[in-house]
Design a protein around this ligand. Sequence first.
Ligand SMILES: [Zn+2]
Length: 301
Amino acid sequence: MPELPEVETVRRGLAPVMEGARFTRVELNRPDLRLPLPKDFVKRLEGETVTGLGRRAKYLLADLSSGDVLMMHLGMSGSFRVAQEKHQPMHELAEEQTPGAYYHERSPARAHDHVVFHMSSGARITFNDPRRFGLMLLVPRRELNEHRLMKEVGPEPLGNEFDAAMLARACAHKKTSLKAALSDQKVVAGLGNIYVCEALHRALLSPRRAAATLATRSGKPTPRAEKLVTAIKDVLHDAIKAGGSSLRDHRRTDGELGDFQHNFRVYDREGKPCPTRGCRGTIRRVVQAGRSTFFCPVCQR
Ligand SMILES: [Zn+2]
């Protein structure tokens, strides 16, 4: 499942070829992804200009000149390929690129190309999704915040309003572990298994610790909450930076693995030595709520 840094990397890869460009033609190769595509999908896109490409949690949000927002989610296995349209040279895009494909491998099988956007920028943008958990919806901008998929989404971890006080408030009365709390999209948006494990390791906090210990009895943030917020922001910034650099690396354009995985400190590193300076622990894997958690039982408390 792509997490926030991967979606942000995709956004940064698509923005130069989508923002300010018009949908000249839209091809649909099937009527649905995880949900049915809107009935008038093609009609509501063709001829419209993308006025901005944003992101909220793991959703890409393309604002259209019509007042609609094209909401896109990568699901488990979705990816976009950007190619230059034939007979229409584009100066910056020399070959096909797959923005954001930097940890999970992406399928090159054309049978899973479900939606193709032909843009006035000269880009052909293809959405490929073998497992079809992805999603594309059109929602009027004024209804977006009240949309059922949006209104439950918690704070953006890289936003200014996300701080220790906010995290402590969200966790104060939780009966769950820190791992479960951070994986809860209502507590903080966009984190998944990888970055929850990585952030907890950077903050030296055990994934099994009670989430409520981020707050004092009166609900104030403890120093742990401060450390954890800093760790979350740092790991996301680092991952986005690594993803961004992979966009410029043409060897990595078709589902090959990118850079940030080499920076994982605990994720997928069971049995390896803990990278915390001075720690002699070994990374362990446990299962929490059906998902693997990687952590160091020595320095994460
Ligand atoms: Zn350690």
